[in-house]
Design a protein around this ligand. Structure first.
Ligand code: PNS
Length: 167
């Protein structure tokens, strides 16, 4: 009997960038199935609603058959345990990401020891890229076409120039 190797790729995705898509794509080649999990980071306030973040992720991952989107309501470690996932996949851009990600990886390991956090290093062209950079550029009317998928470009621009948020 073969056991499916499932990975969870959690994040805020506020909004999903080309950097995220690159990590999701690469994770989809390493694991049988990947759940991209729209999660709450208690330290952040979001520009896009959960439903909007899910919709954008669904649009940009449409072509990857073993990727699905879900929403995390509670603790990541509990979700991973419940789904019997073997890995939590995160992207690392720079040394500055490391301390925070290392802390989360250790905490998650303590809460659920049977899954590993796997860090994928971002590709060189996405090193500088973050959702906050995209939001800042878009809110001043700048060109974000190099940073996000063309399929959601207009949704993001439209939303960030209007600055309305419902949850
Ligand atoms: O994209 P982000 O904001 O860096 O993602 C961080 C996120 C949302 C993955 C993290 O905050 C998280 O896992 N939140 C879920 C709640 C949880 O389990 N917190 C404890 C993590 S140690």
């Amino acid at each position: 009997m073969t056991t499916e190797k499932l990975a969870v790729c959690p994040g805020s995705f506020d909004p999903v960038t080309l950097g995220h898509i690159d990590i999701i794509n690469r994770a989809s080649k390493l694991f049988d199935r990947v759940i991209v999990l729209v999660s709450i980071n208690a330290a952040k306030t979001y520009s896009f609603t959960t439903a909007e973040r899910v919709k954008m992720l669904e649009t940009v991952t449409k072509g990857i058959p073993n990727v699905e989107i879900d929403v995390l309501e509670g603790l990541l470690a509990d979700y991973v345990r419940e789904k019997k996932a073997i890995a939590i996949v995160k992207g690392l851009r720079a040394v500055s990401d490391f301390e925070y990600e290392f802390q989360m990886a250790l905490a998650n390991k303590k809460l659920y020891a049977d899954a590993e956090t796997v860090f994928l290093t971002t590709s060189a062209e996405n090193m500088y890229l973050s959702s906050s950079v995209v939001k800042q550029i878009a809110s001043f009317g700048g060109d974000i076409s190099h940073f996000v998928s063309p399929s959601i470009l207009y949704d993001i621009k439209d939303r960030l120039t209007k600055q309305v948020k419902t949850d």
